[in-house]
Design a protein around this ligand. Structure first.
Ligand code: BGC
Length: 886
């Protein structure tokens, strides 16, 4: 784990530093281009009308009804950054209502495990899991993360990440998610959430929405976070960026985190259209919505916009005990600016989620402390030096067999881009010359840099809050030295003096590319890869070139957060094999040697496209938006639906390696495609089911005494409480009597029936009906006598001539075979749902099948540019051995 002091202050410092370096105070609201605006959507829709949540809501309401006002406002916000109570030592901790039996909740990162904890597993990052194209592994990782979270006493796990979706190749946090495609992200999220929540831990899908770059993401009193301008015609929102969230809600996710940035000029944490309209009404989200850390910027507005939980409780300048909610929400209730209905609704959402995950029974107490790695430490670090001390870490072992799952994922993600002359696999008796510092663990230790905010040694994870502290790091060089007879390691990124190579020598060159959260700047990169661009760090490209000059057999292994431009070396005659190891986590060594030496065939596939040049993508995604001195920076999604392979195919630009590409040591044939119709479709889905009954949250404004601390209560400095002083509470009540409360234009307390596209978790349930089933037989036909696993990917092409502009092909489903021995076959099944064959119609505000049973083509194969089977929806016939669409 990272040293205590660094660990505790890094985050707070970020807020203060951005503040000190920011420009002059500026109040202008925004410079959003024409056509992008935020419609009002009030009131916040209630939850509990979906059958599977009804019981949890009934129980929650019964509990919330017993709470005082200050208890309700205490459970809807954090008690302050680095502020713990006896049970909470996590990245975020809510207040409690212990009098009625509701505990403080522990909220903890990271998207690849349990952050800042001990005796846990560093799972491969999301991008690595995406590269497996394997639903089972996605699920198993979710189960294991859920088990570790629960074992550590984490109620709400802060993952998975699906936003950023990966629109910008240089975007800092793409590696937390599963790849640059909404279905890959959606399936990754769904499987993860299922696995985590089956362990009784709430998952948090994040960040809603448009957080596609790191720089200038945050609001502070001096600068506005950028505006992601997505919702002009709302089709791009629905078909690309919202889709993974729809998958998550459909899977019953318990929590959603809003993004730091704004959308169409309004900050996500107080965005009534996004939270009330899209998330809670259209997608029918039943759980709780929290702000990202220090992204809460208003009391009344965010409450009315549908936010339920303010995290970590502080205002944007933390550590002074200030909050927009807690005591301020108590005041807002007493003076009538936030209706009690809303407060009861948000408190009920928090408690209902807790019941829904079964956390009311036998939930382990939190037994680790994100602020310290010592057994005993300050109970309230932010109150230092006045904090009492106590036991903060109990070192509970939760790893179990999880390293095996982590290793399997790291291994099955490894993506073989090229393998000229079948150089791989190697034999263990070949003399190996290994180059690059990434082959070996950082000599200062794998956790020497807090939140992995350096790129030194083996790169197992990106940097920022999406990281886990290593208990160990199985690095490639140890695994190579264990397995091979003759390994010479040059621990340098500058090509060294070497002996004259022999003919048998194989050079293995390790290169990296890192990215992370804007909390830290690493080697000039502000989270995004703004300095390194898409080139290997530490002169990695030169290292490869120099090795290629000397040796005639070179294997490149890239530990990379995402796309790399490889043109300087990819075609050099001696660069024969290239492996992308992605972000392998703690199991970087054996997972790689198992592939290098042929214990297993590679079976990873690229979760993004690798282009020849950065400029092969449109400037709206390649260029990072810059700070706007006085105004709000604008990130306008002018490319619309056309990101990654959708753009390249549309423009007819060939990538160096296409989305989905990945070779094996063997070859597979794909034959016998079939398609069957499962559900009769109409242009529009059947009418949505009506909302089930919701609870009655109405209540007169409580007595001021419900918001006042008990006499003689000792306040811990900087701790955030929900109580007002008696004088303040009485003054608020007086304001209410003078009808001080005024709601925004368009506000109403009357619940709406909900939009036509809604009706269940994830929208109209009919959207998830399976419309067509497809099957394909995959046979291991390789002549090299290797077994292996194959990926089957299904891409949809919409009928020609429909009145909607659609990308040439779009991923709709994927499956992986089991291990196939030479000659062995497996038939896999894939599915297309009603939504898969629909488009979002901006005028109808619904999903429309543009041509029922019409000229759709479903392309099947191993990658987006390797699709040799096609099934026709019209006529329900398939052809084998055809030329692919792109
Ligand atoms: C990140 C979130 C994270 C939170 C808590 C924020 O900086 O954006 O993803 O969950 O911190 O650590």
């Amino acid at each position: 784990m990272a040293p205590t002091s660094v660990k505790s202050v890094a985050f707070a410092l970020q807020g203060l530093l951005t503040l000190c370096s920011a420009g002059p105070v500026h109040q202008q609201r925004s410079d959003v281009p024409d056509g992008f605006y935020v419609p009002a959507y009030y009131p916040a829709p209630y939850g509990g009308w979906v059958d599977s949540w009804a019981e949890s809501y009934d129980k929650a309401k019964a509990l919330v009804d017993q709470m005082t006002l200050a208890e309700k406002t205490n459970i809807t916000a954090g008690s302050g950054i680095f502020m713990d109570e006896v049970l909470g030592r996590c990245n975020g901790n809510t207040g409690s209502a212990l009098r009625v039996g509701f505990p403080q909740l522990c909220l903890n990162d990271a998207a690849n495990g349990v952050r800042q904890a001990d005796n846990v597993t560093v799972f491969p990052d999301g991008i690595t899991v995406g590269a497996t194209f394997d639903k089972k592994l996605m699920y198993e990782r979710g189960v294991a993360i859920g088990e570790e979270s629960r074992g550590k006493g984490v109620h709400i796990w802060l993952g998975p990440t699906v936003g950023p979706l990966g629109r910008k190749p240089k975007g800092g946090r793409n590696w937390e998610g599963f790849g640059a495609d909404p279905v890959l992200q959606g399936v990754g999220a769904r499987e993860t959430i299922r696995g985590v929540q089956e362990q009784g831990v709430t998952a948090t899908v994040k960040h809603l929405i448009g957080n596609e770059q790191e720089m200038y993401r945050m609001f502070n009193p001096f600068q506005q976070g950028y505006s992601a301008n997505i919702v002009q015609d709302d089709r791009t929102l629905h078909e690309i960026y919202l889709l993974p969230f729809a998958f998550a809600v459909h899977a019953g996710v318990g929590a959603v985190m809003t993004a730091y940035n704004a959308v169409n000029g309004s900050a996500c944490s107080q965005h009534p259209y996004l939270i009330n309209g899209i998330l809670k009404d259209e997608l029918g989200f039943q759980g709780l919505v929290m702000s990202d850390w220090l992204a809460h910027m208003s009391g009344v507005d965010s409450a009315l916009a549908g936010l339920d939980l303010d995290m970590p409780g502080d205002v944007q300048i933390p550590l002074f005990g200030g909050s927009f909610w807690m005591y301020e929400l108590t005041r807002a209730a007493l003076n009538g600016t936030v209706p009690m209905e809303r407060i009861n609704d948000m408190a009920t959402r928090v408690v209902a989620t807790w019941y829904q995950m079964g956390q009311d029974k036998d939930f382990p107490e939190t037994n680790f402390d994100t602020n310290s790695n010592k057994a005993v430490g300050p109970l309230y670090p932010a109150a230092w030096p006045l904090s009492p001390t106590g036991v903060v870490n109990e070192f509970v072992q939760v790893q179990d067999h999880h390293h095996l799952i982590a290793r399997q994922i790291a291994q099955e993600a490894i993506t073989l881009l090229k393998n000229k002359d079948d150089l791989l696999p190697l034999s263990t008796s070949q003399p190996l010359k290994v180059f690059g510092t990434a082959a070996k663990t950082n000599p200062d230790g794998p956790n020497a840099c807090p939140d992995r905010n350096c790129n030194k040694g083996t790169l197992g994870q990106g940097w920022g809050s999406g990281t886990v502290d290593y208990m160990y790091l199985d690095d490639p060089i140890s695994a190579l030295e264990d397995r091979a007879d003759d390994v010479k390691f040059y621990n340098t990124d500058k090509f060294p003096e070497v002996d004259k190579p022999t003919e048998d020598d194989v050079a293995i060159v390790f290169i990296t590319s890192d990215a992370g959260e804007n909390t830290y700047t690493v080697e000039g990169n502000h989270g995004d890869r703004d300095a390194s661009r898409l080139f290997a760090w530490h002169n990695g490209d030169n290292l490869v070139k120099a090795a290629a000059e000397k040796y005639s057999n070179v294997v490149v292994v890239a530990q990379t957060v995402g796309q790399l431009v490889m043109e300087e070396w990819i075609n050099l005659p001696s660069v024969k094999s290239v492996l992308i190891a992605h972000m392998p986590g703690q199991e970087a060594g054996q997972s790689l040697t198992n592939i290098l030496f042929g214990d297993a065939s590679p079976c990873g596939h690229l979760p993004y496209s690798i282009t020849y040049r950065e400029e092969d993508m449109p400037p709206s995604v390649t260029e990072l938006i810059d700070k706007a001195l006085l105004n709000q920076p604008q990130d306008t999604f002018s490319e619309g639906l056309y990101i990654d392979y959708r753009y390249l195919n549309h423009q007819g630009i060939k990538p160096r390696y296409a989305f989905g590409h990945g070779l094996s040591y063997t070859t597979f044939s794909y034959t016998n495609a079939t398609i069957t119709k499962v559900t009769e479709l109409d242009t529009l889905p059947p009418p949505r089911p009506e909302k089930g009954p919701t609870l009655d949250y109405s209540q007169p404004i409580p007595k001021p005494s419900e918001g006042v601390a008990p006499k003689g209560f000792f306040r811990i400095p900087r701790y955030i409480y929900s109580w007002l002083s008696e004088k303040e509470a009485n003054a608020a009540a007086k304001d209410a009597a003078n009808e001080y409360g005024a709601y925004p234009d368009g506000y109403t307390t009357e619940q709406k029936p909900g939009p036509r596209a809604g009706g269940g978790q994830g929208g109209n349930p009919a959207l998830w009906d399976v419309a067509y089933k497809l099957s394909v037989t995959v046979t291991n036909e390789g002549s090299r006598n290797y077994s292996g696993k194959a990926s089957v990917q299904a891409y949809l092409q919409y009928p020609e001539g429909i009145p909607y502009d659609t990308p040439p092909i779009q991923l709709r489903d994927f499956e992986k075979t089991g291990e196939l021995a030479p000659g062995e076959s497996e038939t896999v099944e894939l599915r297309l749902t009603r939504r898969d064959v629909s488009v979002w119609d901006v005028e109808l505000q619904d999903w429309v099948v543009p041509e029922v049973d019409g000229g759709y083509k479903v392309w099947l194969g191993a990658a987006s540019d390797d699709l040799n089977l096609v099934c026709h929806v019209d006529g329900l016939e398939c052809e084998n051995n055809v030329e692919g669409p792109v």
